[in-house]
Design a protein around this ligand. Sequence first.
Ligand SMILES: CC(C)(COP(=O)(O)OP(=O)(O)OC[C@H]1O[C@@H](n2cnc3c(N)ncnc32)[C@H](O)[C@@H]1OP(=O)(O)O)[C@@H](O)C(=O)NCCC(=O)NCCS
Length: 190
Amino acid sequence: MTWTYFKRYRMEIALQQRELVEPPAPPGYSFLPWREDLLDIHARVKHLSFRGEIDAQIFPCFLDENSCRRLMLAIVRKPGFLPQATWLAVFSYQVEGKIYQEYCGTIQGIYDAETRMGSIQNVGVIPGHRDRGIGQGLLYRCLRGFQQAGADRVSLEVTAENEGAIRLYRRVGFEIMRTVYKVAELPSAR
Ligand SMILES: CC(C)(COP(=O)(O)OP(=O)(O)OC[C@H]1O[C@@H](n2cnc3c(N)ncnc32)[C@H](O)[C@@H]1OP(=O)(O)O)[C@@H](O)C(=O)NCCC(=O)NCCS
């Protein structure tokens, strides 16, 4: 195994006096607020969104659905877990009169009421549902939840190579505040 450093950015958005108007959901998509019985679905969507991505090299827990479930449990048990900043995206469609649903995006939020600082845990959209505005829809709904809770600012961390995610965060209003390095153990090349 070899140790590798991944460059990551801490990005932040100020919420004071920011008007957050959620973009309308694309046709067929809707956003479900947090409910405890959705925990396993959040975990599965997290796994399916991250498993082929750069972040799964840094955080191997994304590679396994059970580990994602443990991660979800750890998030919802944190004292600052904020249900209104935690959303699931779902795509509904009809075939021969029967309605089917595909869960396709997840975001979770933690809030520190003392510092009035929110933090986004993971935002992920399953590959077949990307580039339709679902990531942006999840972010807006999450940020509205933080705003309603009284947050002044919200932060997240993103891997520098993850250019699509950084473009999305900038579009919504996040700015890079500082660079951090995360060390991860990778299998050595033979
Ligand atoms: C990052 C991620 C959440 C973005 O999700 P997404 O649903 O594709 O995000 P959006 O659709 O809102 O935006 C993505 C692109 O689609 C475009 N888009 C939005 N609506 C669109 C539409 N209706 N038609 C066509 N394109 C559209 C956006 O303009 C954006 O374009 P860009 O890449 O040129 O900037 C997703 O790629 C993902 O899950 N990646 C793996 C996990 C990960 O790395 N998460 C971030 C961890 S920090």
